[in-house]
Design a protein around this ligand. Structure first.
Ligand SMILES: Cc1cc2nc3c(=O)[nH]c(=O)nc-3n(C[C@H](O)[C@H](O)[C@H](O)COP(=O)(O)O)c2cc1C
Length: 369
């Protein structure tokens, strides 16, 4: 049982990794081969991202700031800054601060409905950000050209096969396929179904990263074997030692199980609201009240649909901030995916990544045996 605890980077060393205490050479030699298998399954993803393990830490508003992003990239995976509602000036500062903490590549996640999206793209270009992730819907007109024209690679979320094809035809360089098990804003379809629908058609065309509900390396190995170039995890990293999330926020995660991470409910069919998965608390109930308020304003003509949806988004951004930054775990939003039950304690990012890689290696080894 178990694998030689060889760090993923070590197999890449030009000299053979020496056998570890208590393990015979032959066993370690076999692990070496299996690590090579994992590396080869991840090669497309690591080449695309420019890192050692094809694991993205998905952007998490208020959580994915300089410290967590730099720690993830320094540990050989790929960190992504969550721009959220930041102004261009704030994003400028956050990227500069992240660069001061890591020389490794990292990405920036921009929300398509941000009113200053094009200024934010300019800020990314100013800092030579290598990868931009566009979230929150189809890229607005001109944004793909603006991002790619400035030299960055563009990653978009594909919620269905037809949209995946459309995005790739439009010039998107890689896709994230995220199922409804994920924390934060979610679509209606599960990760396993999306992966089966999208990977067979799209994996040969562009790197596809699978996200949603991944908490262990066995699942990573499975999606890689299905053709994924890598994976994206959020919940598993939210409570890492390097995460600045408030201790109350982290404690709520450690106590929660999968069934506590529930999706918000749309109360008014006229107001399309993207569901959000978070731990159930008073903040989740307040969202129902907020939806009613916004729907009334829509009825009265006080706001148009765009403004109504922006108000809903601002509610989430504010509520998430209250939980992550202020530690208000009752009134704030505890966005979390169903993998939250696998988050049981604070651990350094490097250890989480090493565990995931070891579990993936172990799974591949068992299958090869
Ligand atoms: C607290 C939290 C905040 C998030 N904020 C964002 C965000 O600002 N932008 C975004 O594209 N995704 C956001 N996500 C989704 C993550 O980037 C990631 O895709 C997701 O967490 C992966 O699924 P998992 O939670 O099951 O690992 C958030 C997720 C969490 C848990």
């Amino acid at each position: 049982m178990g694998v030689c605890p060889i760090r993923f980077t070590e197999w890449m060393a030009p000299t053979p990794t020496p056998p570890l205490k208590g393990r015979g050479f032959l066993v370690c030699r076999k692990d070496f081969m299996t690590n090579a298998k994992l590396a080869s399954l991840m090669a497309r993803g690591t080449d695309f991202l420019g890192c050692e393990s094809a694991i993205l830490c998905g952007a998490m508003s208020w959580v994915s700031e300089r410290n967590l992003v730099a720690a993830i990239s320094n540990a050989g995976a790929f960190g992504v800054i969550a721009c959220g509602a930041m102004t261009p000036e704030l994003l400028d500062r956050e990227i500069a601060a992240t660069k001061a903490l890591t020389s490794k590549p990292f990405g920036v996640n921009l929300i398509t409905m941000h009113p200053q999206l094009f200024d934010l793209i300019d800020v990314c270009a100013k800092h030579d950000v290598t990868h931009v992730v566009l979230a929150g819907g189809l890229p607005p007109k001109g944004s793909i050209e603006a991002i790619k024209g400035k030299g960055a690679k563009l990653i978009c979320f594909a919620p269905a096969l037809s949209l995946a094809k459309k995005l790739v035809r439009s010039g998107v360089d890689a896709l994230v396929v995220e199922g409804m098990e994920a924390g934060g804003h979610i679509g209606p379809v599960s990760t396993s179904v999306l992966a089966q629908e999208i990977l067979p058609d799209m994996a040969a065309q562009v790197p596809v990263f699978v996200a949603g509900g991944i908490g262990r390396g066995e699942a990573i190995a499975a999606y890689l074997e299905m053709g994924a170039a890598g994976v994206q995890l959020g919940t598993r990293f939210a409570c890492a030692t390097e995460s600045v999330a408030h201790p109350n926020f982290k404690k709520a995660f450690f106590r929660a199980s999968a069934r506590d991470a529930i999706a918000s409910v749309q109360i008014d069919p006229r107001l399309p609201v993207i569901p959000v998965r978070s731990l159930k608390n008073a903040g989740m109930e307040n969202f129902t009240i907020k939806q009613r308020e916004v729907a009334n304003m829509l009825d009265e003509g006080a706001v148009d649909m765009m403004e109504a949806q922006l108000q809903i988004e601002h509610y989430w951004a504010g509520a998430l901030r209250r939980a992550v930054v202020d530690g208000d775990v009752e009134g704030g939003s505890l966005m979390a995916g169903q993998s939250v039950g696998m988050v049981t304690k604070e651990e350094p990012v490097a250890e989480i990544i090493a565990q995931l890689m070891a579990q993936a290696t172990d799974a591949l080894e068992r299958r090869a045996a």
